[in-house]
Write a protein that binds this ligand. Structure first.
Ligand SMILES: Nc1ncnc2c1ncn2[C@@H]1O[C@H](COP(=O)(O)OP(=O)(O)OP(=O)(O)O)[C@@H](O)[C@H]1O
Ligand SMILES: [Mg+2]
Length: 259
């Protein structure tokens, strides 16, 4: 199972990606989370401390990986086979929630020096990662629409688009869906997050209905998540939290839909 989590900035992508990755690990999958945001912070959500998170070497800065996948001897020809097992063994950081974490690092050319090889590796990893039946890969994507190229969309079986009741986040969700549906990816779902009341739920439902988006679930607003984030703790620790429980349930919904 390969799931990507997308949406406008700040809608809850990282919380949901982290919750799914933990959920799959608890259900016996070998669970790998990929932080594909150029300002990565999935590590904290998965229970690492800020100090541990700083020690993670992003894939784009991993010269050994870039060299091993690009040194075929032919210019422009990459050796691009990626198995989850190998990637986990060589490059992942174990997290307290049982998830193996990969941080992509920045994929933008920074003005000096060529980022071509690392960029190709990141795109190729997303596209050519072979995921076995007992493995789950959850991708926390960069905010917005620029990174939802056809390649990324095609690379996953399920795309979750997160939005709250704010019309701007719903419009971006629609834009993401419009960009990806051309990529022949069938399983695209909207997740309504931070829902505080029926009015907000209805607003999301209405927008989804009018625009042909399938709502997977509504995640309630939960103050405990804000509090955990304030303390630098993972909000995923306790499942007594209604939002965390709802996110965990998404794992079963996706497993049913993909069976
Ligand atoms: N259901 C919820 N209830 C309460 N707070 C929430 C909920 N979901 C997310 N939040 C809070 O909203 C903020 C943004 O969440 P998160 O970092 O997961 O969003 P994001 O989409 O990954 O943001 P970015 O685009 O910056 O990567 C965080 O402070 C988080 O604690
Ligand atoms: Mg995020």
């Amino acid at each position: 199972m390969k799931v990507a989590v997308s949406g406008k900035g700040g809608v809850g992508k990282t919380l949901i990606a982290g919750g799914l990755a933990r959920g799959f690990a608890e259900r016996g999958f070998k669970s790998m989370a990929i932080d594909a945001d150029s300002s990565p912070n999935l590590a904290l959500t998965l229970g690492l401390t800020a100090e541990e998170a700083r020690k993670i070497v992003p894939l784009t800065e991993n010269k050994e990986l870039v060299d091993s996948k690009t040194s075929t001897g032919y210019s422009g020809v990459y050796n691009l086979n990626f198995r989850v097992d190998d990637i986990i063994r060589d490059y992942a950081m174990k997290t307290p929630l049982g998830v193996d974490l990969i941080v992509m690092g920045t994929v933008k050319a920074m003005g000096s020096g060529c980022m071509c090889a690392p960029n190709a590796i990141v795109r190729a990893l997303l596209r050519h990662l072979m995921v076995e039946r007992d493995e789950a890969v959850v991708l926390d994507l960069e905010a917005g629409v620029e990174h939802i190229g056809r390649g990324t969309a095609k690379a996953v079986d399920n795309l979750l688009i997160v939005a709250d009741s704010n019309l701007k986040s719903l419009e971006i969700a629609k834009h993401i869906r419009d960009l990806t549906s051309a990529a022949e990816m069938k399983q695209i779902y909207l997740v309504g997050n931070r829902v505080m009341n029926k009015t907000q739920e209805e607003a999301i439902k209405d927008f989804a209905q009018k625009n042909g988006l399938e709502v997977l679930t509504f995640v309630p607003f939960d103050q405990k998540i804000i509090e955990a984030d304030m303390l630098g703790e993972t909000p995923l620790k306790s499942k007594e939290n209604a939002a965390v429980q709802t996110i965990d349930n998404i794992c079963d919904t996706l497993l049913n839909k993909n069976s």
